[in-house]
Design a protein around this ligand. Sequence first.
Ligand SMILES: Cc1cc2nc3c(=O)[nH]c(=O)nc-3n(C[C@H](O)[C@H](O)[C@H](O)COP(=O)(O)OP(=O)(O)OC[C@H]3O[C@@H](n4cnc5c(N)ncnc54)[C@H](O)[C@@H]3O)c2cc1C
Length: 456
Amino acid sequence: MAPQPDTEAVSARKVAVVGGGLAGLTLALRLRRGGHDVTLLEAAPQLGGLASAWRLGPVVWDRHYHVTLLSDSFTRGILRDLDLESEMNWVETKTGFYDGRRLVSLSNALDYLRLPALRLLEKLRLAATILYASRIQNWQSLETIPVETWLTRLSGAGTFRKLWQPLLRAKLGDGYHETSAAFIWATIQRLYAARRTGLKKEMFGYVPGGYARILERFGERLRAEGVHLALGARVKSIRALADATGESRLEVSHEGGGVEVFDRVVLTTTPRVAAAVCEGLTPDERTRLEGVAYQGILCASLLLKRPLADYYLSYLTDPELPFTAVVEMSAFVDRAQFGGHSLVYLPKYTTPDDPLFGESDETVRAQFEAALCRIYPHFDPADVLAFRVSRVREVFPLPVIGYSQRLPAMTTSIPGLHVVSSAHIVNGTLNVNDTVALAERAARSLLASDLREAQS
Ligand SMILES: Cc1cc2nc3c(=O)[nH]c(=O)nc-3n(C[C@H](O)[C@H](O)[C@H](O)COP(=O)(O)OP(=O)(O)OC[C@H]3O[C@@H](n4cnc5c(N)ncnc54)[C@H](O)[C@@H]3O)c2cc1C
């Protein structure tokens, strides 16, 4: 039976959660169970945001590739709540490495020792860097050091040029020059956390049916517990209402539903959207929200007749390639989920103003297929059954020097108005686990402040 709201603990308030991604969904669930009357306003016609699913030819699967790590306790907690965790498949995956000439395996220690791109001393320094980073606890001190300086000092100039620099560029573009060492620390911590769970192997998990199934169940659960879900409801403005009784209220205007008044609003959009829709913020709040620079993505999904290789993820260090990694989902997820076909993602992380966002699918397809022919000599463009491109200009914030000091607060100066965005994940990389953890923390803090108010 679905848990009933704990209405005795707090007096029910009318709350709007803006954004139906994993952060908004988690917040809506927890605030509802905390006793509030919750409405979730999502701009898109479906739930899920970056984790949403779409149709690719005959297949419905995630718009962007997603895996869950064994150590993702918050993601697994939500899946347990949705009665889906027990259905997860856990699979050992392999990793590839393409240096511009050949694609080799980089799946275990032996592969690593054989890696042609680095000399033995460089490999030893690289291994020592990763081990050292995995043991660091105080990430705050790393926020003051440029990632380039830190990695060159630890791994040497050769390893930085041949390995770290192309990998940083692949995710951050030229933004890596402004990025702090905390970024690489967070990345290494996440990968190490998976191994700390006991198994030394790289095990990734998925729910059969992918995020389409998770999101469908999430929506059903929210509705069953009394959350009002408004899809196609892009919020245009939020403003405080002067109330003669002294009670603060927030007026929310959104597409498709006109105007509604709430006691509290929690935005889970990017900070730039929050700055654009919230009226009456202080100049400092506005500057901080608008000052968070995001990195975007253009991500192609391909449904293929045949597999490319058996690596889930292949790192690419060749700057001439138009995409920055190859993610072969069907090397990890059972191909029966894709009608026996192979599902491949080709992501290109880039800045929001990259002209590539304006290119047609046909242009992107021609460039991407030509590059696949270079990496995989057996690849035949005639094997592509379906091709679709996802474009998102703001995916994750660039973890620049001193990032945590520049952040906007989650509670704004406008009574009842909160911003809980991916920008507030300060000591992690963007992933569902950290997103859910952030939302759980924010929900706890909001419910605790309700309790204090109720008791005072
Ligand atoms: C390419 C890629 C690969 C990834 N791989 C993994 C992975 O393997 N494992 C993993 O754990 N995580 C992965 N992630 C990260 C994961 O998708 C995110 O952590 C998570 O989806 C973020 O959720 P969110 O709610 O914070 O943001 P979002 O999903 O961006 O949700 C924000 C929502 O707000 C809505 N919105 C915006 N403006 C308005 C408005 N004005 N009014 C109403 N609604 C609005 C948007 O439509 C959106 O639905 C990946 C992400 C990407 C892009």
